[in-house]
Design a protein around this ligand. Sequence first.
Ligand SMILES: Cc1cc2nc3c(=O)[nH]c(=O)nc-3n(C[C@H](O)[C@H](O)[C@H](O)COP(=O)(O)OP(=O)(O)OC[C@H]3O[C@@H](n4cnc5c(N)ncnc54)[C@H](O)[C@@H]3O)c2cc1C
Length: 313
Amino acid sequence: MIYKTMSDYIKADFFTAADSLKSEGRAEYELSAPLSRCCTFRIGGLAELAVWPGDIEALSALVAAAESSGTRYYICGSASNILFSDDGFRGAVIFTTRLKKISVNGSTIRAECGVPLSLLAMAAQRASLSGLEFAYGIPGSLGGAVYMNAGAYGGEISQVLKSSEYFSPKSGRIYSLSADEHDFGYRHSRYMDRDDIILSAELELTPGDGNEIQRKMDENMEARRSKQPLDYPSAGSMFKRAPGHFTSALIDGAGLKGYKLGGAEVSSKHAGFVINTGDATAADVISLTEYISSVVFEKYGVRIEREVRIVGP
Ligand SMILES: Cc1cc2nc3c(=O)[nH]c(=O)nc-3n(C[C@H](O)[C@H](O)[C@H](O)COP(=O)(O)OP(=O)(O)OC[C@H]3O[C@@H](n4cnc5c(N)ncnc54)[C@H](O)[C@@H]3O)c2cc1C
């Protein structure tokens, strides 16, 4: 089939590349894909095209084709830290969730960017390797975790990362970065300042006792279940920690627990979470977060910054 241009945002050469990868069984795609189905918030309009590469080379090839053809694209892992626009995305959203290879070699684990953090923590536990207990229960991918230095319960990906490999859309080449080249900070890595695509990462863990590792993972999961509104769709903590403050305590102290705007609500279980009570739109969530920030600033004089990324249209 010949496609001249699909839209102003998806060029024919990109679609041809996606189509031929699909015919080789190396990618899946969907036209007019409901983004609400693809993210943990269960919010979002249609993406003109959603693509799921099936191997690392297919991911690099798609990004290279998008870059050379002038196709607008966005890379997602598990989309657990993203609020998609109600108007969807004009262009192609590329999801890494089918890139799930893991290999263990001594105390080093190498994994592809789409591996869910919980699966990775379980693989480490099976190999009696400690260091990823904190990641158990975070619903993101390894790529997303490296991108924003995900962390919980005193652990952070930066503490175990040995190196990462990335594809540079600018040069079309693959590079490797050692741990100290990542410029890690609180919910920050150098990847946030560039367009590079994380392909895989190597983690250096510590030999430990499998039962003790499992116990710690269960304890973390129990803490999540008891403190977080896991029975509602959300993108986790809506805001970053403000220096010297627990953001959820500020929101709670401002009397906002349970405050609802449209279908979006400040969770009464954890004030740091904005939940989708069923029919929330992205506009509801954005208005609610702006309202929360302004009330917190008025009461405490503290500016709180959104952690969740808004993507599209
Ligand atoms: C219930 C719940 C609990 C959560 N708990 C925590 C927690 O305890 N700690 C925590 O840190 N976070 C938490 N989160 C947020 C989220 O799970 C993490 O931020 C996670 O690391 C995001 O990974 P992801 O694959 O979903 O990334 P996405 O949401 O898909 O993407 C986030 C960003 O990373 C970029 N990105 C993703 N993959 C790549 C790649 N391969 N190359 C380049 N860029 C990439 C995207 O472009 C985007 O900018 C929680 C979320 C939920 C819903």
